[in-house]
Design a protein around this ligand. Structure first.
Ligand SMILES: Nc1ncnc2c1ncn2[C@@H]1O[C@H](COP(=O)(O)OP(=O)(O)OP(=O)(O)O)[C@@H](O)[C@H]1O
Ligand SMILES: [Mg+2]
Length: 460
């Protein structure tokens, strides 16, 4: 897939050459150094992906080289080599960012295995970073991440609505699916983004106060109204108002909202004239409003007016391909927040996450990952750090029909060869089978691509 630039820093010349030989045979670009000074020079001069680093070198500790790695590019993975009498400094090295350590004497296969795991981690990290970059260039200023097809559709829809300045929007979805993020994105992506964005949680404001909160009141409108007060609609002028949990709104207040939607004007309580308004109304509900209409709990005319454009957010269990992707994103953000360097999830943990029903959707996943990161003292989050509810669901099978998503984005782990095969298939698919384009995208020649396709038995 990519030719790995490996630096081996080991003062035992025989060992160094043996390792170099093995990795050269496995298609790595290998450089060697016997001293910290040389290693640091190479790191500064060349783009290194991976370092195998002896802890004890003639001119000082390997930790000095680790410091240089952090200065140059903290994404470079470092595997420490240490004598079995020197485990403690190796553990220290891992705390300061080394990926793993191997104890001398070791089997060569062991080194190969650790290197292979390290590369898989790095490929995954790069893929996540690439998808994030791609996402950010397409959809700036949002925390809504996804690799799921349906969610891509959601984002495309938000973009379309964002370009019309007044169209209202109804967002439906279970709790924790990201309704508020959709509202945020719609405001941010529209020309109204320089205007105010007012969020009103209709369930959190007592019924008798909601009307005056929304519409304001004139002086003397009712007992206690000793001054004119502007309402939230007025404050949202030239911007967006988000009526969250609109299902909680009193039936008596609903026609007044309908009127604002229809006339883009409103009247303060106790006021005698209409005030013109220029505002986009976004409403959200985690209850099914149509059912509420059928039960007489919500007005049909308001629903039909709101329903012109509806975005339905799929629950997390219907976007399986997002689960590991989002879990990795949350691990990354929690690593930053709690100053940790957790590398990912064990296969067991992934399986539990994938088999759980996620009634609390992305919010629940976010909380589960925060807790796990806080509790985790190892490099990978294991199944034991996940809440017991997840274990209760184990055994249920959920199909992971992932279409058009790189296996890497799905947190797939396997041998390097397996990942390479899957990635080639994915890129071929992305490039509609065009081999020249695929080879270009993969950074390899057409003939190399042909060889690899033959090797992995890929049709095309
Ligand atoms: N696609 C996503 N990417 C990253 N974070 C997300 C995503 N979707 C939701 N979240 C996070 O999950 C949490 C819940 O999202 P949000 O508040 O938008 O859900 P909601 O649908 O409004 O839920 P509720 O119905 O309970 O109000 C937030 O912390 C949000 O940042
Ligand atoms: Mg919400």
């Amino acid at each position: 897939m990519f030719k790995c630039n490996l630096l081996i820093v080991e003062d035992n010349v025989d060992l160094c050459e043996t390792l170099a030989d093995i990795f050269r045979k496995n298609d790595f670009n290998v450089q060697t150094a016997f001293r910290t000074d040389d290693a640091r020079e190479i790191l500064r001069r060349d783009l290194i992906d991976l370092v195998i680093l002896d802890l004890k070198l003639p001119d000082g500790s390997g930790l000095k080289v680790l410091d240089t790695v952090k200065d140059v590019d903290s994404d470079i993975l470092v595997i420490m080599i240490t004598a079995n009498t020197h485990v403690e400094p190796a553990v220290e090295a891992m705390k300061s960012g080394a990926y793993d350590y191997i104890m001398k004497p070791f089997e060569l296969d062991e080194v190969k295995l650790v290197v292979q795991k390290a590369l898989e981690t790095q490929i995954l990290k790069r893929e996540v970073a690439r998808l994030k970059r791609q996402h950010e260039s397409m959809f700036p200023k949002t925390d809504m991440f996804s690799v799921n097809k349906k969610m891509e559709e959601v984002k495309r829809m938000i973009k379309i609505v964002a370009e019309t300045p007044r169209t209202s929007l109804l967002i439906e979805g279970e709790s924790g699916t990201g309704k508020e993020l959709v509202a945020d994105a719609l405001h941010q992506w529209s020309i109204r983004s320089s205007g105010p964005f007012i969020k009103v949680n209709c369930a959190a404001i007592p019924e008798n106060l909601l009307e005056s909160e929304l519409f304001g009141h004139e002086k003397g409108a009712f007992t206690g109204a000793d001054a004119m007060k502007k309402g939230l609609f007025e404050m949202a002028n030239n911007g967006t108002i988000f009526l969250d949990e609109i299902s909680s709104m009193d039936l008596a207040l609903q026609p007044k909202i309908l009127r604002v939607l229809e006339t883009q004007s409103f009247r303060r309580i106790g006021g005698t004239s209409d005030i013109k308004l220029d505002v986009r109304i976004i409403a959200a509900s985690n209850r099914n409003l149509q059912e509420m209409v059928n039960n007489g709990e919500f007005r049909d005319d308001l629903l039909y007016r709101l329903k012109v454009i509806v975005i339905k957010l799929p629950p997390l269990r219907e976007r399986i391909d997002d689960i590991i992707f989002l879990a990795n994103i949350f691990i990354e953000s929690n690593n930053r927040e709690f100053n940790k360097s957790i590398k990912g999830l064990t296969d067991d943990a992934k399986e539990l996450l994938l088999n759980y029903r996620w009634p609390g959707n992305v919010r629940e996943l976010k909380n589960v990952m925060e807790r796990a990161v806080i509790l985790c003292n190892t490099a990978y989050i294991g199944a034991d750090l996940l809440p017991s509810e997840l274990n209760a669901d184990a055994g249920d099978t959920v199909s992971s029909g992932v279409n058009g998503v790189s296996p890497l984005a799905n947190g797939h782990f396997g041998s390097l060869a397996e990942i390479e095969k899957l990635h080639i298939e994915y890129m071929l698919d992305q490039c509609s089978g065009n081999k020249s384009k695929t080879a270009r995208e993969l950074g390899i020649s057409r003939s190399t691509l042909r060889e690899k396709m033959k090797l992995y038995d890929i049709d095309g």
